[in-house]
Structures are given as structure tokens and as C-alpha cells.
Ligand binder design. Structure first.
Ligand SMILES: Cc1ncc(COP(=O)(O)O)c(C=O)c1O
Length: 350
């Protein structure tokens, strides 16, 4: 059997007549726009004009991202954070109360939350104790109702890359969608991303975000990279103007500064190793897991008391002690040298 995207789609989405916005129906040049009930005078409180609706398909950003990723603009969907890309995919392909997604905990929490919001069931196959894919268990759990498998690599909260051979086996043996969430891929060596293998797999969806290495979490821009047939489905069901004009303008400016992003990544990786060495000296630290991301998963004695103590010192880390396979763990984002020192100084006084 071959991969059949249409058969995978929910029937109501197959039959959907998408909303056609004013700006969808017009292309070419014009000087008078009286089609979208906008305010012609400008924007209250701003010299920059935000009074016109933004490009619904964000062509300028996609052209630039396509250059950077070595893809075509038609292989890119842009979302209001990758969280929107996750939600839309579940909504397009999973029939509520009927289909399910497959998750490999511990992993990023929004896959489950999006499924829960959409009344879509979850089947879980935990990662192994070294946070790798239990390949045979995953393949054994697949049924006709399995529509999407979410893989997160590097994984949050465990921080490690998932083995390529396991991912490839899933891509080849599953006729639903395989999502690889690469939110942290910029912190990994070149060549570890699945982007350059996208053209081999019609069922592959890669998620990326500008929230991490690019330092643009506040602007909310995530992306799905996939075969253009999958991107067309995204475009049919997305809210018409899902990326606001300010974000589009500011992101375009950022994407001209690849070297700036690369410098920040280099510095974060350097600080990560300094932080790892310093944390390893602390008596409460039992284990620091290997990291391919901008955070460390650290197993400690007394995780709850330590967490509360750090909060009292106005230092916030992420409590993961109650997460599957993460007993006793805190997740610590790599900060600036000053921030990391503040953590270490406070911790030494615990
Ligand atoms: C694995 C993973 N994917 C996606 C996201 C969210 O990305 P965005 O800010 O683009 O919604 C996060 C945020 O922490 C994450 O850890």
C-alpha cells in the first residue's frame, strides 16, 4: 500500500470550501483598496501603518526561508508559533473520538493538549531509559486509526537527538503522518536536520520555530515544512491572516541576520558547557543528561525543595520531577553568564 494523503484527511476537510479573504481574491497592482473594510487613515498611536491586512500567505518570508532551508516556498506553512502548526495538523487529519495520535513520552506537552482540545485520543509508547525510540513497540502500536506520530528531536525535556535509523524505520513503515519537531535543531551540528531528506518522504512534516535560536519567541512564528500537498491543506484550513503584519516585517528583518543568530547559538553552546561543569560540582546534582539543545536536564536530590528555594530567590527553572522517566529532574535553560552565575550562587547557598 502507498501513502494516500487524501484518504488520511478528515471527510469534512476534504469537502471544505475554504474562506476566501479580500486579499485572496485579488492579485496584481492597484492604488485604491476599498475591498476589506479597513481604516484608510492609518493606525492609532503608530507612525508605522498597520491599518491594512497582512499578506495571508506571507510570500516574502517564505521566499527567504525557502532560500535558507533549500526548499521551495510551496513546501512551507507559517503558523502563529509551531503550536498553531501542531493544532491545525491534528484538526485536519484526526476525527474526534475516533482517530488517535501516537506520542513518545516524555515529550513536549502541546501535542497532548492539542489532541485533548480536539477530542482526539492519544496512544503513548514511552521512550527507552536513555530517551531513544522504542522502535518495535512504536510499530506494534500502529493501527488504522493512528493518523500522526509525533517525534521531537532534540526532544524536550530530555534534550537529546533521536536516532536517525529509528526515525527512518517509522517513516518507511507508517502510512500516516510523521512529525519531527526540530524546535532545537539549530543547537545541533549541521546535517542533523531532516530538512534535506524532506523530498524522500511524502508523509514527513518537520516543525521548526523562530522562538529558540533566532530569539524571536515574542513574535510567534513557527513553521511546518512538508510536501506541498500537505502545505495546501494547511493553507485551506488556517485562519486567513494568521501571521500579523508586525511579525511579518520584524521576522523578515531578522532573517537577514543569519550570522547574528549563529553567534548567539555559539555563545549559548559555550555557556551550556560552562554551566554543565559548574552544576556537576554541586552536592545535590546526581546526573546531568547529555544535551543537543539550549537546556540541561538535571537529576537532583530534593527536586521539590530545591525548586521552591530557587523560586524564593526569584530564579525560575522548570520542575520536571513528576514527568515520566524524569524522576527528580529539573530542566534548566542556558542563560547569559550573569543569569547562570545567579543560579549557581543561589544554589550553593541551598
Ligand atoms: C519541542 C518544542 N516544540 C515547539 C515549541 C513551541 O514553539 P513555538 O514558540 O513556535 O510555539 C516548544 C517550546 O518550548 C518546544 O519545546
Amino acid at each position: 500500500m502507498n501513502f494516500d494523503l487524501n484518504a488520511l484527511l478528515r471527510p469534512n476537510i476534504q469537502n471544505l470550501k475554504p474562506y476566501s479573504s479580500a486579499r485572496d481574491e485579488f492579485s496584481g497592482t492597484a492604488s485604491v483598496f476599498l475591498d476589506a473594510n479597513e481604516n484608510p487613515y492609518g493606525s492609532a498611536g503608530h507612525q508605522v501603518a498597520y491599518n491594512r491586512y497582512p499578506d495571508p500567505l506571507q510570500q516574502a518570508i517564505k521566499t527567504r526561508l525557502a532560500e535558507l532551508e533549500g526548499l521551495s516556498p510551496q513546501q512551507i506553512f507559517l503558523g502563529n508559533g509551531s503550536d498553531e502548526a501542531i493544532d491545525l495538523l491534528i484538526r485536519a487529519f484526526c476525527e474526534p473520538h475516533q482517530d488517535h495520535i501516537l506520542l513518545l513520552p516524555p515529550t513536549y506537552g502541546m501535542y497532548k493538549v492539542s489532541a485533548d482540545i480536539n477530542a482526539v485520543d492519544i496512544v503513548e509508547v514511552p521512550l527507552t531509559s536513555d530517551f531513544q525510540v522504542n522502535r518495535s513497540a512504536v510499530l506494534a502500536k500502529i493501527t488504522a486509526k493512528t493518523k500522526i506520530i509525533f517525534l521531537c528531536s532534540p526532544n524536550n525535556p530530555s534534550a537529546n537527538l533521536l536516532n536517525h535509523t529509528d526515525i527512518e524505520a517509522i517513516l518507511q513503515n507508517f502510512l500516516g503522518l510523521v512529525v519531527i519537531d526540530e524546535a532545537y535543531i539549530d543547537f545541533c551540528p549541521r546535517g542533523t536536520s531532516w530538512v534535506n531528506r524532506l523530498n524522500e518522504f511524502p508523509n514527513l512534516v518537520i516543525l521548526k520555530t523562530l522562538s529558540k535560536a533566532w530569539g524571536l519567541a515574542g513574535l510567534r512564528l513557527g513553521m511546518a515544512l512538508a510536501h506541498e500537498d500537505i502545505i495546501q491543506i494547511y493553507n485551506r484550513i488556517k485562519p486567513p491572516y494568521n501571521i500579523n503584519l508586525a511579525t511579518q516585517q520584524l521576522v523578515l528583518q531578522a532573517l537577514e541576520n543569519v550570522a547574528w543568530k549563529d553567534e548567539m547559538v555559539t555563545e549559548i553552546l559555550k555557556q551550556r558547557e560552562i554551566l554543565r561543569r559548574e552544576l556537576a560540582q554541586l552536592p545535590q546534582v546526581l546526573k546531568i543528561y547529555p544535551s543537543d539543545a539550549n537546556f540541561l536536564l538535571v537529576k537532583v536530590s530534593e527536586p521539590y525543595r530545591l525548586y521552591d528555594y530557587l523560586v524564593e530567590q526569584e530564579i525560575i527553572v522548570r520542575q520536571r520531577a513528576n514527568v515520566m522517566l524524569c524522576d527528580g529532574c529539573l530542566r534548566i535553560t542556558v542563560g547569559t553568564p550573569t543569569e547562570n552565575q545567579a543560579l549557581l550562587v543561589a544554589w550553593r547557598n541551598f
